[in-house]
Design a protein around this ligand. Structure first.
Ligand code: FES
Length: 74
C-alpha cells in the first residue's frame, strides 16, 4: 500500500490511539446497517469503540473505557 498520497490529497483521516477516527467534513457516514448520518463539522469524530450514545459519532464515552482499563492495570 502506498504511504504517500497522490497530489493533491483529498483529505486526511486520523486514527487516534484510544479514541475516535477523525475525518474531514462535511461528511456523510453510512453505517453497516445502511443508516445514513451527516455531519457539517470541519472535522468529525467517528466512534470506533461502540460505546457512543450518538453512534456513529463519538460522544467521548471511550474515555471512560480507557480510564477503566488504566485503573485495572494499576
Ligand atoms: S470512540 Fe469515542 S465514544 Fe467511541
Amino acid at each position: 500500500m502506498p504511504t504517500t498520497p497522490p497530489e493533491p490529497a483529498r483529505g486526511r483521516v486520523v486514527i487516534t490511539a484510544d479514541g475516535p477516527v477523525l475525518v474531514p467534513g462535511p461528511v456523510e457516514v453510512v453505517t453497516a446497517d445502511g443508516t445514513r448520518a451527516y455531519s457539517d463539522r470541519p472535522v468529525t469524530a467517528l466512534c470506533v469503540c461502540g460505546q457512543s450514545g450518538r453512534y456513529p459519532f463519538c460522544d467521548t464515552s471511550h474515555r471512560r473505557r480507557v480510564r477503566s482499563a488504566h485503573q485495572e492495570d494499576a
